[in-house]
Design a protein around this ligand. Structure first.
Ligand code: PLP
Length: 390
């Protein structure tokens, strides 16, 4: 088989920039170049208006107000700001942070750093085989000494969508601030009431067809004076995150949010879920030895297919698929040495099973033809590995 282009099945790592976003951003790289914080001239005012419009679009995506949006460099920074920000102004009695076992590495690493530096305790709430939070364990953990809970909405590896209203009701009944990492959510579900359920929400533009290098933390108004900034300087963004805002990136994130909110979003998610299911069916029909990791049905990100090929090494399989098909393992490879995914381990998989798992993720620009080709490529890779094995 001959492939001139790579089939992209790694939308949960990053989404391609939507051409409509690129078009909206274009003038802000050239003629509309102003500093949005220059208050003495019209070029600055124009830039400021563009940023305000972008903040309003991001706020509308999740049901918040524009002045509750703090632009950051991405969801990693947003998560750090939420956790460190609240921890640094915590009263001595509030000394426990609750996180789910399947949070993104940046939430887990930030909360561990807080524990090391300030002596707060971090408690991990387990999940079941589908990645759903153990609600009774959460309920048992709740007490007056809990500073905050950080629980993601949509998982980046197995696509699990949490029961947000129930989690939110449990936390708000005890007045515990709820931080929700929603980086993967706008592509996966309708998030227009998210801000009614969480006190702080992290977003990332490059997971929703916007540019890389920008994200946002929504901090509901009642919590803003309890958050210590990570970055000090010229007091931009209400002093919550100083530094000149990257105008084209803000505009791009705003446009990405507008597209995610439009009337075709539901139809798009259904189309993607259908393509994803078709991919799995094609592999099953060809008798590929596969199991599905994570939940089935409506509790799963529509583009996510985390598949396990028992007896195979996921890295080797992906390597043999290069450069024809881009997908990824859940393994964290930050040190150069791949470690088994903490998410797959948390849902009960063994190290071997984790290492046999590949995350395929599809999205807005995936076509039916690509799905068929991708399935054929995986079948071929499996068949030739069989040959190598036996
Ligand atoms: C759930 C989740 N949170 C946070 C992040 C980090 O986002 P960013 O790349 O914008 O820093 C990611 C990216 O993989 C993610 O999937």
């Amino acid at each position: 088989m001959n492939h001139t282009t790579t089939i992209y099945a790694d939308y949960q790592a990053t989404t391609p920039l939507d051409p409509r976003v690129r078009e909206r951003m274009a003038p802000f790289w050239s003629e509309s170049f102003g500093n949005p914080h220059s208050s003495d001239h019209a070029i600055g005012w124009q830039a400021h208006r563009a940023v305000e419009h972008a903040a309003a679009s991001v706020a509308a995506l999740i049901g918040a107000d524009a002045d509750e949006i703090v632009f950051t460099s991405g969801a990693t920074e947003a998560n750090n700001l939420a956790l460190f920000g609240l921890a640094q102004r915590a009263s001595p009695e509030a000394n426990r942070i609750l996180v789910s076992a399947i949070e993104h590495k940046c939430v887990l690493a930030a909360s561990l750093a807080i524990a090391e530096r300030s002596g707060l305790t971090v408690e991990t709430i387990p999940v079941n085989q589908e990645g759903m939070l153990d609600l009774s364990a959460l309920e048992i953990a709740l007490d007056d000494d809990v500073l905050m809970a950080s629980i993601m909405l949509v998982n980046n590896e197995v696509g699990t969508i949490q029961d947000l209203p129930t989690i939110s009701a449990l936390l708000s009944s005890r007045n515990i601030p709820f931080h929700c990492d929603a980086a993967q959510a706008p592509s996966a579900m309708d998030v227009k009431t998210l801000a009614h359920h969480a006190d702080m929400i992290s977003l990332s533009a490059h997971k929703m067809y916007g540019p890389q290098g920008i994200g946002a933390l929504c901090i509901r108004r009642h919590l803003q004076n309890r958050v210590e900034p990570l970055i000090y300087g010229g007091d931009q963004q209400n002093g919550l995150r100083s530094g000149t805002l990257p105008l084209p990136l803000c505009v791009g994130m705003g446009m990405a949010a507008e597209i995610a909110t439009n009337s075709q979003a539901l139809e798009e998610r259904c189309r993607i879920a259908h393509l994803r299911d078709h991919f799995i069916q094609l592999l099953q029909k060809s008798h590929c030895p596969l199991s599905i990791n994570g939940p089935l049905g409506h509790r799963r990100h529509p583009g996510n297919a985390n598949l396990r090929f028992d007896g195979f090494d996921a890295h080797a399989l992906l390597g043999s698929l290069q450069p024809s098909l881009a997908a990824s393992t859940g393994a964290a490879c930050t040190t150069g040495l791949p470690a088994p995914s903490h998410v797959l381990r948390a849902i009960g998989l063994s190290v071997e099973e984790s290492e046999a798992s590949i995350r395929f993720s599809f999205g807005r620009f995936t076509t039916e033809r690509e799905i068929r080709l991708a399935a054929t490529l995986v079948q071929e890779a499996i068949a030739s590995s069989y040959g190598a094995l036996y």
